[in-house]
Ligand binder design. Sequence first.
Ligand SMILES: NC(=O)c1ccc[n+]([C@@H]2O[C@H](COP(=O)([O-])OP(=O)(O)OC[C@H]3O[C@@H](n4cnc5c(N)ncnc54)[C@H](OP(=O)(O)O)[C@@H]3O)[C@@H](O)[C@H]2O)c1
Length: 317
Amino acid sequence: MGRYFVCGASGNLGGKIIETLLTLVPADQVAVGSSNLTKIEPKKLNKWLKSGVKAYYTDFNDYESMTRSFKDAEAEVVCIISTWDFGEKRRKQYKDCIQAAKESGVKRLHYTSVMGAEVEENTPQVQADHRDAEESVKASGLEWTLQRNNLYINNTLKWYAPASQRVGDVWVSNCYEKKCSFVSRDDCGIVGGYLVAGKGELYRTYVCAGPELISEYDIYTEINKVTGWECKFVNRTKEELYKYYEMIGTPRELTPQMSKSLLPLCGLDLAENADCINRGFLSYLSNDIEELTGKKPESVRELVARSTDIIPKPYED
Ligand SMILES: NC(=O)c1ccc[n+]([C@@H]2O[C@H](COP(=O)([O-])OP(=O)(O)OC[C@H]3O[C@@H](n4cnc5c(N)ncnc54)[C@H](OP(=O)(O)O)[C@@H]3O)[C@@H](O)[C@H]2O)c1
């Protein structure tokens, strides 16, 4: 029986939520859904299945797949992880998933939102989409919890720094000196696992923030300290930022051609993240991670130290 159903099982965040959940509840009470089960590492999926976890094809763009899997798993709790789609498409995905959960007898929802979703005026698209999803969750009539994740430190380590190395060791930004409570994605996954397991308070929004206010520049400086690689920082206007993103093959809007880009994000997403930092939407701290899990959030120093396999090193002559 799958009392706990986590959608988005192939993703980084989804995987960490499931891994954490499995330390808190019996495996035969866990079910996972993915719009593409082949994207889950086979070893990981087999381990889950062997321990009693059920796995389903569950696609937010396919209503039937959601009702079929939630009903078959007898899901009582459904975790909804945001997708990369922007605007109307993802707003519909969440609404359909919530409706499918209601139709299938689900009692509680957990949704992974983003910091800044609470700011109502002139919010960038990403935050506005998440606010819309949060409102749909709250209006569902089901029990709920929310978590608002700040920007992952992992984005800089995995994508931005390697991309800037490939275009001449330059990162162009319009916010590099502005501070933000960047967070480790794994910590967000751990929080998700605890909240799906019912370890949090109902009707509460948990804020996932790192332990310190730091800038993009500070993250690059930490990488530099560890590997000796050096990156130049250039501050530019938003329009100039879009030109830089285009130079590294990152289109302004999401397109099916994203695979050609050095970064999987579109320019709009990147620029809006910077905008949010500049406007202070992402610049506050929170004790929620430690209060909920007993674990101190990971610092940039700690995350960089365990990411030396992916962060840039100086070229050797
Ligand atoms: N805070 C930040 O800095 C930041 C940065 C980047 C992204 N995000 C957001 O955080 C989410 C999780 O991050 P991540 O690193 O885990 O991303 P990821 O590894 O790229 O995973 C993408 C997620 O979207 C899900 N998804 C895609 N299409 C779907 C569909 N049709 N139906 C249901 N689920 C679908 C995937 O699940 P399946 O493929 O298993 O269906 C997976 O959980 C992202 O999806 C994005 O919304 C946040």
